[in-house]
Design a protein around this ligand. Structure first.
Ligand code: BGC
Length: 720
């Protein structure tokens, strides 16, 4: 139980001021600020310094005599991490099995901001139950290249989609009285040399692509904390990059919360203190316990910097004020409501997100859902493999995880004969295994249908994420081809049985060019969480109609990806130049007329939708777009209607189209709805490199409404 903070000296004068003509919230805030001022006055410099750096792997110091608790953090972003105690060794405490939610890419594939909120609420509630104050998520770095090892934790290539999903997530967490920590600010778009690579990009790319998600997290989501990225940006480390942190985050966006460093991302004292970092987190230098934490840059060296006059004490006071502000806001001095933990209701949220986040990419001859099928050969190591524990700092220890194989066995209720063959071995450097492939092909030939479950993995051994890992922290993928001879396997299975469905796990694009035309159906599941196998089986069996859509374009081959074609990856070891500029994802494919394998926003359903009757109405610089959406098929389903804006005449080059609104619409068979989407002036603007501001150039625009970025169904002009 946390100690109450007692007696705050609020002068009559202050009280009089705060009871003047200001709103109730402003009054409340003013009272809190006065309490904080009083507390800071009572603190010694040493106590203040304690609060701005880690004192164990996931805590920063409190001040016992004043009732200020430690600030306790936990990864994040798709479940509360198992206990590591104060060091890094796993504690196996017995009560640390949290709900394993689908990862960021699968959450975003739902295109359903309401689910973002439910997801955040589960995390917030479980973090609270476990005594955490900050959950280290969401991760929202732009998916710039298919090779980023952490794409699975992130959401999309598109800043608008990220902005909409991130706000719900943060509000969900913070309505539980726990802080979200949006990360990694900024441009941590690769793991190769992540701790020091210097990212170089134009101001326009920064403003149009890499910042909007973070801006929405702060200005709309009111995220209490933000994590600085490991990398540099224009020559300065992100966590204390004067431009990014002081000028934009704390200046332009008015961020009043805490800038927490990524673990070990601070490399100096004075510049980091002045550059805007508030708490230095990291690992104790000898990995054994608390004893070296005072040697952190924000420990003894920071104390010395203030004592010798290099840094003013007011700089430290501002950091302490920010920490205390969030402590008050998240009820760390009074009683929090209790959280809940690994409940059925939380598992339901995990299932719902998986159901809506799994994407049907191809479905020839309507082979799915399964009908008239008596036997299935399930093939592939990923079918029988749990994923929760892999990937790095986002690891979870759930009570259970339903794999694809277990899900289909359970839900088919004995009505399907299901055989299983491993097909490939998840082993360091493993190539195609002829014997396993022969066995799999034989099983396929004896069944009505073959289902190959493959894709990326977190590593060859899911307890050691970094060894030969693909979707994992600290490492990027070597290429876009599936490892372990999976292409050979799939081709052999298709040869043995033309009714082959391929199911792909993993954080984003895979080169499927060798067999995609021959596979009957392809499903992308991302990492669907502890109920992923249930959701997948429901979709295969037609109990759930798929409604997920891609949040990232799938290039045919890696060379088609703009970061690789026009830009640099992974850079020269010192710098990485984002020469592709704003042409990331569909902004590139559509503008440069390069056909992707699967387009951004693509995802099929078991029903059909018809778009009709578009009209636009304009009011000054805003527009309202209305159209009709009808479910013309025989089953209920959901469609994500997407609205893109095209600028017909512009004085600067602009992407062919940009996503500016979307809505997930649930329709019964035969049902139609009138959909209204509003566009404000921002939807038509670009960021001017020369004027250093957002510009709305009057003239003719077009709104494009469709089912994906490459399947536009309706168009309407609009003159602003
Ligand atoms: C990761 C962060 C994570 C932190 C704490 C770092 O290595 O980049 O995302 O929150 O560790 O585990």
């Amino acid at each position: 139980m946390r100690k109450r903070v007692v007696s705050f000296a609020i002068s009559f004068c202050t009280l009089f001021f705060i009871t003047g003509k200001i709103s109730a919230q402003q009054k409340k805030d003013a009272i809190t600020e006065a309490k904080i001022t009083a507390l800071i006055k009572k603190m010694t410099l040493e106590e203040k310094i304690g609060m701005i750096h880690g004192n164990s792997s996931f805590t920063s110091t409190g001040v016992k005599r004043l009732g200020i608790p430690e600030l306790t953090m936990s990864d994040g972003p798709h479940g509360v991490r198992p206990e590591h105690g104060r060091g890094w060794s796993l504690q196996n405490k017995g009560n640390d099995s949290s709900t394993y939610l689908p990862t960021g890419i699968t959450l975003a594939s739902t295109w359903n901001p309401k689910l973002g909120y439910s997801f955040g609420a589960v995390l917030g509630s479980e973090a609270k139950y476990r005594g955490k104050d900050v959950i280290l998520g969401p991760g929202i770095n732009i998916m710039r290249t298919p090779l980023n090892g952490r794409n699975f934790e992130y959401m999309s290539e598109d800043p608008y989609l990220i902005s909409k999903m991130v706000v719900g997530y943060i509000k969900g967490v913070q309505d539980q009285g726990i802080s979200a920590c949006v990360k990694h600010f900024l441009a941590n778009n690769q793991e190769t040399k992540r701790s020091g690579i210097n990212v170089l990009m134009s101001e326009r790319a920064l403003r149009e692509l890499y910042m909007p998600g973070f801006k929405a997290a702060i200005t709309e989501g009111n995220a209490n904390t933000i994590m600085g990225a490991y990398n540099k940006f224009r020559g300065e480390y992100c966590t204390y990059n004067d431009y990014l942190v002081n000028r934009v985050l704390k200046g332009e966006w008015g961020f009043k919360g805490i800038m927490i460093s990524d673990w070990g991302a601070i490399h100096t004292t004075k510049d980091a203190l002045l550059g805007g970092a508030d708490i230095e987190m990291g690992t104790d230098l000898d990995m054994k316990g608390d004893k070296d934490y005072n040697k952190f840059f924000f420990g003894d060296p920071a104390l010395a910097a203030v004592k010798n006059g290099e840094v003013k004490e007011a700089v430290i006071d501002d950091k302490v004020r920010r920490i205390l502000r969030i402590m008050f806001k998240t009820h760390m001095f009074d009683k929090r409501t209790p959280g809940e933990y690994a409940t059925k209701a939380h598992a339901e949220v995990a299932k719902k997100v998986a159901e809506e986040g799994i994407i049907l990419l191809k479905n020839s001859d309507n082979i799915l859902p399964l009908k008239n099928v008596k036997s299935v050969a399930m093939i592939g190591a990923n079918a029988d493999r749990p994923n929760a524990f892999g990937g790095g700092s986002s690891q979870i220890r759930p009570k259970y995880e339903v794999t694809a194989l277990a899900g289909l066995r359970k839900l088919s209720g004995g009505n399907l004969a299901i055989s299983y063959s491993q097909g490939y071995a998840i082993t360091r450097g493993a190539k195609a295994d002829d014997k396993m492939i022969r066995d799999a092909a034989e099983a396929a030939s004896k069944s009505d249908m073959a289902i190959v479950v493959g894709g990326w993995t977190h590593g060859y051994d899911y307890t050691k994420w970094s060894d030969n890992a693909y979707d994992a922290e600290g490492i990027d993928k070597p290429d876009m081809n599936m490892p372990f001879g999976q292409d050979e396997l799939i081709k052999a299975v298709i040869k043995a049985n033309k009714n082959t469905v391929v199911i792909l796990y993993g954080g984003g694009p895979i080169d499927v060019s060798q067999w995609v035309n021959d596979a009957k159906a392809v499903i992308q599941v991302g990492y669907p969480g502890q109920e992923g196998g249930t959701a997948l089986a429901e979709i295969l069996l037609g109990k759930v109609n798929p409604s997920g859509k891609l949040t990232v374009s799938w290039p045919v081959k890696l060379e088609d990806s703009p970061a690789h074609k026009l830009g640099e990856f992974p850079g020269d070891g010192t710098d990485v130049k984002y020469n592709e500029d704003i042409y990331v994802g569909y902004r590139y494919f559509d503008t440069y007329n390069v056909k992707p394998q699967f387009a951004f926003g693509h995802g099929l359903s078991y029903t059909n939708f018809k778009y009709s009757n578009i009209s636009t109405a304009k009011n000054h610089q805003t527009a309202t777009v209305t159209f009709t959406l009808k479910n013309t098929g025989t089953v209920a389903g959901a469609e994500v209607a997407q609205l893109y804006v095209h600028d017909n005449h512009s004085s600067v080059k602009r992407p062919e189209k940009e996503l500016k609104a979307f809505q997930k619409v649930f329709l019964k068979p035969g049902e139609s709805k009138t959909i209204t989407m509003k566009l404000n002036a921002d939807a038509f603007k670009y960021y001017s490199e020369t004027k250093k501001q957002w510009i709305l150039e009057p003239g003719k625009f077009e709104v494009l409404v469709g089912t994906s970025s490459d399947a536009i169904k309706l168009k309407s002009p609009i003159i602003l």
